[in-house]
Ligand binder design. Sequence first.
Ligand code: PMV
Length: 349
Amino acid sequence: MKMYQFLKVRHHKEFMHDIQSLFVKNIIGNTQARIKERGTAFAPSNIALCKYWGKRDAALNLPINSSLSISLGHLGTRTELRVCDEDVVYLNGQLQSLDADFAQRISVFLDLFRPALGTVHFEVRTENNIPTAAGLASSASGFAALVMALDDLAGWGLDKKELSMLARLGSGSASRSVFDGFVQWHAGDKPDGTDSFAEKLPIEWPEFRIGILELSTAKKPIGSRDGMNRTVETSELYKSWPKQAAANLETLRTAIENHDFPSLGETAECNALSMHATMMAAWPPLIYLQPETIEQIHKVQRVRSEGLEVFLTMDAGPNIKLLFLEENETAVSAAFPDLKMIKPFGAEE
Ligand code: PMV
């Protein structure tokens, strides 16, 4: 990297950090920390039925559109924090190099909270029970668990709305992972980000099932932050996205309230494919789908036309998540033998 580019990136990072630090300060306010020996928390992973795609503010991670997700029950991240002499990060029991991306993201995020706690360092132990191979993003549950473990360690007693806004700074979708069940993230419209947080919908649907189809471990062409920016800046199709997302979200809410599965499935599938259409219309084009993805999309359509009620959703990657009900568990497993089955409202197995 040339010197002036390096300085530009550094200034940008410092600017983002300052804005985020101020946001954290305003939320924690004058709440006195009573630091315990250790703080722990669990946060579930989540899958959006109405996707978040596009930021209206990069530093505060404020979305252009509201989104709605389903949390994955006991699948997610458990994090344990202790105060110690220097930052140490473990992932699934393995010590991580502090230069590696994973530890860097954690350490930079913790920097936002250090001023409120005095000059402290942390031992961070984080365990993901989401099979990494399933291609499910762990950043949502990861940042949610980290914020909740910090709150436990510091004894701030923040409420879920505040925790959601803080988790949002780490990764947008993390704002939804502080809750289980169906969750809506309100985009908000205030420039200061204080009305952009997630809320749980008070509805259970025990028969709801999600199946993960791991199709490709190919490296993503581009991460979600850059992918969103490129789509917002260059995709002609993106212009219709906010309106569609708002309409889809309303339909999904009604479908969830009425336990109307066909309406939920159709809307979620159309929403995911529309998001991919906006990405493909960006320049340079963003194509996260692999040949296997396309093959399975056709297969889902085929088995559906034969009468099996199964729908799909996808994030910014090649893997597919199937949506179906308990009554079709056996038939869906028979049609898709390598499925990893998830019961979002089920007890731990
Ligand atoms: O939270 P991020 O920055 O990793 O972005 C998530 C983007 C999608 O997974 C594609 C959609 C969503 O709402 O989770």
